[in-house]
Design a protein around this ligand. Sequence first.
Ligand code: NDP
Length: 342
Amino acid sequence: MSLTNHQILLASRPQGEATVDNFKLVATPVPSAEQLADGAVLVRHHFLSLDPYMRGRMNESKSYAQPQPLDSVMLGGTVGEVVASKHARFAVGDKVLGMGGWQEYSIVDANERGALHKVDTTHIPLAAYLGAVGMPGVTGWYGLVKIINPKAGETVVVSAASGAVGGVVGQLAKARGCRVVGVAGGADKCRYVVDELGFDACIDYKARPDMRSFYAALKEATPNGIDGYFENVGGMILDAVLLRMNAFGRIALCGMIAGYNGEPTPMQNPALILINRLKVEGFIVSEHPEVWPDATKELGTMVATGQLKFRESVAQGIASAPEAFLGLLKGKNFGKQLVQLI
Ligand code: NDP
């Protein structure tokens, strides 16, 4: 019996906020094992990762990554199981990580370097390779370890603190002996960040929507100022943090999700970078493959031993991916946003 692959294509480019109409669900036949070319592997995806960077790729405009072509399968990280293989290194049943995209199956040329990785699920759940032990985890590790490089006793602040990246950053900083303060949207997320992830404090920016009240809460939570800031959001939160930065503080500029739909995110007082002799460094995790072994070793050990906690929002079925993705851009997710496909 022939199998069907359901796929989500980029149907049109968003004008401002992305909508479900920018996506299209289609069905195509899955090739049989005999039809695979030499070196090809057929993977059945168990989980698809939804990530904020995908919003940038939906635009035509120039960025660090190429725009996603129209009418092509939305790009994305996937974990799954090999169901047919014409490559000596991959056998049916192997659990694998790849960039399979928003679809139920993918055919991967396993001769292409880095296209498909076997993963060990003995101590680490398969989906964690898309989160804490995958790209978001390594992102957190890179920004914290390589840019902020905190010393014990220093204060580190992280925005989008309950999310896939932010949760990892805070726990890694705690493990290095820092005082860690999160910023998140809503009381539930803040409670989780402190009670489950072990941050010292968390500020609910939605409950303090103006600069004055947000700054007052930040000041109270950071009595010794801020030495390291892991930036995921931009806008008012960055402005308030800049006012609390200590001399020679470090800012890892990881994301600016508050502006991903094209909203302006001006900086009120950039002179503070000079006055406080701050280091502000943007980075793109995919440009630092050299850190993956060290990062995934620490993250994998911490997950396997229960020291690194994480939470997932799991949407069901490929058809739910567009809604779940739009929700992620509005903070409806609570932890790593995934789509379960099996
Ligand atoms: P998250 O799991 O943190 O989900 C995104 C979160 O962003 C939402 O849950 C929401 O949290 C917050 N958010 C959304 N809109 C706004 C807004 N307007 N203002 C404030 N907060 C908002 O996603 P990830 O952990 O995957 O990504 C976190 C950041 O890291 C993103 O900015 C992403 O682009 C960036 N990133 C950068 C990489 C790089 O290489 N530089 C690689 C991977 C990720 P809340 O409800 O708390 O507001």
